[in-house]
Design a protein around this ligand. Sequence first.
Ligand code: MRU
Length: 366
Amino acid sequence: MRVSGTPYRSIWPEASGAAVSIIDQTLLPHTFAVRTLHTLADAAEAIRAMHVRGAPLIGVTAAYGIALALQDSATDVALERAGIDLAATRPTAVNLRWALERMRTKLAPVPATARAATAWIEAAVIAEEDVAANRALGAHGLTLLRELHERTGRAVQIMTHCNAGWLATVDYGTALAPIYLAHDAGIPVHVWVSETRPRNQGLLTAWELREHGVPHTLIVDSACGLLLQRGQVDVVLVGADRVTRLGDVCNKVGTYMKALAAREHAISFYAAVPSPTIDWTITDASAIPIEDRAGVEVRRIAGIGADRGRVDVELVPENAAVANPAFDITPAALITGLVTERGVCAPSEATLSAMFPELAKAKVPA
Ligand code: MRU
């Protein structure tokens, strides 16, 4: 995608072949800055502190993190240690574990002398696959948006949550990919962007959409029910951090409320899901680890002050009791469809397994 006209991806290897650069998402939407990761510790910290975020991008960063680690030492112990360190960064998005397992499977049989080079190549392959999957998924979602436009004869009103755009992936995004492709194809769209407290990833979505020229409106999270009730939304389209074998969707906290309200008002609710986001080993969604983040994210809010400098504002006293669960589960029963790179399917074990037979067969629930 483009930033002020310049093409960017959210992560890229440096020409030196010894480092990887990212866009620091903790500074957006106010400041666009690139951060370069040189070590395993840099990669782990980038994921933990959410300089990078979004399920697919976390996975790709972890894959590059393995490559960075193996530059220092490529022994079996170093490979295992790097995997453990990276897996400990964030618990919910399964793409992280998926990418680490893929790197381990690829690298374990390779002689230590060739491991670092192989790791760089494999991480790049994973990144390219992410771009291709999102583009394919976007094309399937585009068909849905085109149908909606043809049915209503006006701009398609889409509601999204969090940031499932190109910043959350390597390029295109998941939930935003169909929107970008629709906009580029001349289909009029308008996106309702919920701010997504406490970290306000909706601001990243608004920033992305603005850079691409897609009409959108930022709303507070609590306004979503009203808009759905008033018929101001044609379709809800969100991303996912982990999808069970049965099609239940774990995504940013607040997703479930939107799905409930959408069902009440007979509005379609789709989740955009590239296949690495499906956890074939889980049938019971309550087994998905829901990240509990620091209370400070609820107690404070960051923004830009009158002098244009970054400020942290305290909303409640430091000792106020707060809770900060970061994800929730939307049961398959509330979901109209899953938009994947192989097409749109109903959220069920039968349909998902039919769409990805080789993956469903390879991983059976414990
Ligand atoms: O905590 P985050 O910002 O990493 O959470 C991101 C989300 O919940 C996204 O909706 C999800 O990862 C899909 S990204 C294509």
